[in-house]
Every structure is written in structure tokens, then in C-alpha cells.
Design a protein around this ligand. Structure first.
Ligand SMILES: Nc1ncnc2c1ncn2[C@@H]1O[C@H](COP(=O)(O)OP(=O)(O)OP(=O)(O)O)[C@@H](O)[C@H]1O
Ligand SMILES: [Mg+2]
Ligand SMILES: [Zn+2]
Ligand SMILES: [Zn+2]
Length: 315
């Protein structure tokens, strides 16, 4: 599986046996054609496994064969599960390998996420992480790469939610007569939850209570949660450090500098922030980290061959 009869690795899935594609607004996984027919069980779904056990001391250990679900069944389950995680289609191709680090903090962010994913202790205590940084710096990319690995390679249950969509879903649920708990329940219980855009929203009482309940429930149960945010993780405003040598700055400048660093702590409140400190390692990407969406756009508009110029004649 994942390899051709010749022993060559499949060029389409790189030997992973599954592919992740964009489908509507979601990232969607499916079994690669190279593995559609399982070579181990020939499509039966079960395979024999040899076991050894001692039933009687006189006879000694005996070997016998049992029918167990084939690996292709486990894979099918993981793929089905992946399709309920809720990853956005823009993150379909996100991986640790195609994440580029432009600075030391991005390097730390990638290594931290990779270490977390590769060393996740099933059923154990796993400290999550929060990625904070400017737009387009790959925060959602790393959350997606992490969840992909956990779900498809480790076999965990995970969910991804964008915070404003979560609030909207709960509000809609309320209108349909559901309680907040009914909607938050599954998110409280899932093994790994990634909350994107933390701190976003209007900060209404409803939003704060929803978030508080979700975080408190996960915290109390010792569950692992990952976050991404555009807000700073600093506990205090760095008005002293961001200020130029005294005498060069007006008080107006100082006020502007303080205003442009918005703190997550102030956005989510002390109760939540305090729990986050215990639940997660913090990685903050500096303000000058390049926005990949803009970098791509700039590459696209650079002078080059006209659109379609690469095509052959008569098309
Ligand atoms: N460091 C990076 N290496 C490779 N690709 C990147 C990197 N940063 C961003 N990208 C790509 O750029 C696009 C935007 O990235 P992403 O959505 O992860 O940014 P973000 O940090 O979550 O931004 P926002 O704060 O706006 O949500 C994605 O297609 C992503 O794969
Ligand atoms: Mg994002
Ligand atoms: Zn393949
Ligand atoms: Zn099989």
C-alpha cells in the first residue's frame, strides 16, 4: 500500500496512502487510488494475525490465528474522522515540511508544533501551545499540520474551530432551542481541540461566558487545547521597551505604540488567560514576520509572461 508493485513509492500520495484536497470550504481526506484495493486483505477488511498464548502449562505456549480488522479499516476510520475535524480548505495542503521559517520565532513555532504532534502521549498529559502573531504568518497552517498528523497518523479524535464561527453556531443552536452546554459538550470532550482566532469577537457577555465555559471544562478535565491568535501573549503592555530613548518620543507617540499591541490577556480576561498559562506553551511571532498572503500576491503581480503565455499554440 502506498507503493506500486515495482516497489516505487506512489507519486500521488508519497506513500501516505491518503490524499487531502479542498472540497468546498473544508479540507477533505480520501484514500489514494494506489491503496483503494487493499493488498493485505484483498478488500475483505479483515486479516489473520498470529498470536501466542499458554492455555495449559503442560502443553506450553500455543500459536493460533485470529481474524482482526485490517490496517485498511483503521485507515478508513481515521479518514472518516479527519473529515469531521472541520479544517478549512485553505489549510488542505499545510504540512510541517512546507512551512517556511523566516525568523527564529517561526522556527520555534514549527519545531514546537512538530514535537507536540510527534510525541503526543495518548491518554497522557500533553501541554498544548498558543501561536500568536501577525496575519498570514502560518498560524492556521501549523494548527492544521498538527491536527492532520494527530488524526491521520496517530489516530486521535480532534476538532478545529474558528472562534467566531463557534459563537455563531452556538447562537444558532440557541435559536433552535438547544442549550449552550449541548453545543459546547462535544468540544469540551474531544481529545484535542484547536481554537483559531482566539480573542476575536465583540467581547459580549455571551461570548465571554461561552469561552469561559469551554476553556474551564477542558482545563478541569486536563484536556489538550491548541490556540492561534493575532493578539499578543505578553502579560503586560511593553510601553517601556517599545518606547524610543526618552526625549525622542512625544506622549502621543507613546500612546499610539501602546495601542497597537493588543493583549490576549485583556481580550479574554484574567480567568481564561490564567488557565491558558498552565495549559499551553507560548510562541509569539514578531511584528515584522512576513505575511505570506501578501508575499504570494506580490509574486503574482511581478512582471512575467502574460497569462496563458505558457500554453501551447491553438489553445
Ligand atoms: N511560514 C509559512 N510557510 C509556508 N506557508 C505559509 C507560511 N505562513 C503562511 N503560509 C501560507 O499562507 C497562507 C496563510 O497562512 P495562515 O492562514 O496559516 O496564516 P495565519 O497566520 O493563520 O493568518 P491570520 O492571522 O490572518 O489567520 C496559507 O496558505 C499558508 O499555507
Ligand atoms: Mg489563521
Ligand atoms: Zn498513493
Ligand atoms: Zn485491508
Amino acid at each position: 500500500m502506498g507503493t506500486k508493485a515495482s516497489g516505487e513509492v506512489c507519486g500521488e500520495c508519497g506513500g501516505r496512502t491518503y490524499l487531502i484536497e479542498r472540497r468546498g470550504d473544508r479540507a477533505h481526506a480520501r484514500v489514494c487510488t494506489c491503496s483503494a484495493r487493499c493488498g493485505l486483505c484483498e478488500g475483505r477488511g479483515y486479516a489473520y494475525e498470529t498470536r501466542e498464548e499458554t492455555f495449559s502449562a503442560k502443553v506450553g505456549p500455543k500459536r493460533y490465528e485470529v481474524l482482526v480488522p485490517c490496517v485498511c479499516q483503521h485507515r478508513a476510520r481515521r479518514i472518516d474522522h479527519f473529515n469531521t475535524v472541520g479544517l478549512p480548505s485553505v489549510a488542505a495542503h499545510a504540512s510541517f515540511e512546507n512551512y517556511r521559517a523566516f525568523n527564529e520565532a517561526q522556527d520555534r513555532a514549527r519545531n514546537g508544533a512538530m514535537h507536540f504532534a510527534h510525541h503526543y502521549a495518548k491518554g497522557g498529559v500533553n501541554k498544548g501551545f498558543i501561536l500568536s502573531g501577525p496575519v498570514g504568518t502560518g498560524k492556521t497552517h501549523l494548527l492544521a499540520a498538527t491536527l492532520k498528523h494527530l488524526v491521520l497518523e496517530v489516530g486521535l479524535e480532534a476538532r478545529y474551530v474558528e472562534i467566531s464561527l463557534l459563537y455563531a453556531t452556538i447562537r444558532r443552536g440557541f435559536q433552535e432551542g438547544k442549550s449552550g452546554g449541548e453545543i459546547i459538550g462535544p468540544l469540551s470532550d474531544v481529545e484535542v481541540l484547536a481554537i483559531d482566532e482566539m480573542g476575536k469577537g465583540r467581547g459580549s457577555q455571551f461570548e465571554m461566558e461561552t469561552l469561559d465555559e469551554l476553556i474551564a471544562r477542558r482545563y478541569n478535565a486536563g484536556r489538550t487545547t491548541l490556540f492561534a491568535t493575532n493578539y499578543s501573549l505578553e502579560p503586560e503592555r511593553k510601553s517601556v521597551r517599545t518606547a524610543a530613548p526618552s526625549g525622542y518620543r512625544t506622549t502621543e507617540d507613546a500612546k499610539t505604540a501602546a495601542r497597537d499591541v493588543e493583549l490576549l490577556r485583556e481580550r479574554v480576561g484574567e480567568r481564561i488567560y490564567s488557565r491558558l498559562c498552565e495549559m499551553c506553551s507560548f510562541v509569539e511571532l514578531p511584528k515584522e514576520t512576513p505575511d505570506q498572503r501578501r508575499m504570494r500576491q506580490e509574486l503574482d503581480v511581478r512582471p512575467g509572461p502574460p497569462p496563458g503565455g505558457m500554453r501551447g499554440p491553438g489553445r
